[in-house]
Design a protein around this ligand. Structure first.
Ligand code: NAD
Length: 411
């Protein structure tokens, strides 16, 4: 199943609960605009390389569109379309004054030099600068991109439109970024994991966690869970997985990564296992924090964890979701689980517009407040309607976007 079709199934499951008409469904799922641009650039060896860049702007009924920029070899229009739609519902669930968008470039950032990465970023901005901006559509980091990429984005955008720090978020703190943005998605995963456990009557000390992906989101989530007394027993990244039943030393793993160009390859303080084995470990909580589409029907049957917290976007396909439902596995949905990142991006945008920088403590307090409110709302609705947490989150998101669309006037 294609990524956008999978998103549509989740949309329809919630829309069925809301008795939404077919015409209204069509309006809400159809993206406002899709842009594809050619990106050709000179490689360090003098060869010319060409790839495609995408920006899908899904919905702007609640405010400027907002969503990450992904650099990954498998990026394609369908995936970006699905991720843009998820951003619309995510921003609405946490009640940020934003619509949803997403972008991506089909490249492997690990195979490009810094100079080449800078070139493709600037080329991409050349191609899309007239349809994005602080009041229109504001990109941010996602898989394969980071604060440095956002700094290049801002610099190139400024060449066309003048000084505009609010045109992109996730920038370096020294260059109009917000303290706490880099850790925000992982911190949010930690905040929500604590809340979820408390509602389930479980204790962090008795909760063994396995995390797929040890990049920005996975490593920060591991750090916060470790600090909150969870037992992080396994982590993986693209080159392999590492398991220690008594609990991994997360600070040690992070140090190792920093010293080895962001990778864990060669780490000897834990047993080396396959990425597949990590997904099937006997743990209490499994956190996908890498790619989408990790759980299909077959994989879902093999998962032993009773709780899945979706730090990645779109890790569960609809038929896997049915299997989890049937087996009583609690799935905490991506559109809330990883919303910490866009929430602090919103704080960064607010600070850029006010030319006033908040303290890290204020950022953390406000993040906690926004996510806690959203958690309570989703949890209560799921109990009231006797639906899954995913369906409850989508009902809230669709309800807010639908109301804004109607109030703004459709014709
Ligand atoms: P990243 O590029 O920093 O890290 C990705 C990690 O996944 C790396 O450790 C990589 O080695 C690993 N990985 C890739 N393929 C893998 C595989 N097959 N098996 C195991 N590990 C694999 O990306 P990120 O920013 O941490 O994003 C991860 C996920 O979180 C994505 O789904 C992204 O959309 C989502 N997300 C990110 C943010 C953010 O603020 N960065 C916000 C919301 C959601």
């Amino acid at each position: 199943m294609k990524a956008f079709d999978a998103t549509r199934v989740f949309f329809d499951r919630a829309a069925d609960q809301m008795d939404l008409t077919a015409n209204m469904r069509e309006l809400l799922v159809t993206p406002r605009r899709e842009v594809q641009v050619q990106i050709s650039f000179e490689r360090d060896n003098g060869e010319i390389a060409t790839t495609m860049g995408y920006r899908v702007q899904h919905d702007n009924s609640r405010g400027p569109m907002k969503g990450g920029l992904r650099y990954h070899p498998e990026v394609n229009l369908d995936e970006v379309r699905s991720l843009a739609s998820l951003m619309t519902w995510k921003n609405a669930v946490v009640n940020l004054p934003y619509g949803g968008a997403k972008g991506g470039i089909a490249v492997d950032p690990n195979r490009l030099s810094m100079k080449e990465l800078e070139l493709i970023t600037r080329k991409f901005v050349d191609g899309i600068h007239d349809v994005v901006g602080p009041d229109t559509d504001i990109p941010a980091p996602d898989m394969g991109t980071n604060a440095e990429v956002m700094a290049w984005f801002m610099n190139q955008y400024g060449k066309y439109h003048g000084f505009s720090p609010a045109c992109v978020t996730g920038k370096p703190v020294e260059l109009y970024g917000a303290p706490g943005r880099e850790e925000a998605t992982g911190r949010g995963v930690g905040i929500l994991a604590v809340k979820l456990l408390s509602r389930l009557g479980r204790k962090p000390q008795d909760t063994r966690v396995a995390i797929q992906g040890f990049g920005n989101v996975g490593s920060h989530a591991a750090k916060f869970l470790h600090e909150a007394d969870f037992r992080v027993v396994a982590v993986s990244e693209v080159s392999g997985a590492y398991h220690r039943p008594e609990g991994l030393s997360v600070p040690d793993l992070i140090r190792y990564c920093q010293q080895h160009r962001g990778g864990l390859s060669g780490y000897t303080e834990a047993e080396s296992i396959s990425n597949q084995q990590l997904l099937e470990l006997d743990v209490e909580m499994l956190i996908p924090a890498a790619l989408g589409g990790v759980f299909d029907r077959t994989q879902a049957e093999k998962v032993k964890a009773p709780i899945i917290l979706e730090a990645a976007n779109g890790p569960t396909l609809p038929d896997a979701d049915e299997v989890f439902d049937r087996r009583g596995v609690i799935v905490f949905p991506d559109i809330l689980a990883n919303a910490g990142g866009v929430t602090v991006s919103y704080f960064e945008w607010v600070q850029n517009r006010q030319h006033y920088q908040w303290s890290i403590n204020r950022v953390r307090q406000e993040l906690d407040r926004v996510l806690s409110d959203a958690f309570e709302h989703v949890w209560d609705l799921a109990q009231q309607r006797q639906v899954s947490l995913r369906t409850a989150a989508w009902i809230i998101g669709i309800g807010r976007v639908g109301r804004a669309t109607v109030l703004g006037g459709i014709t």
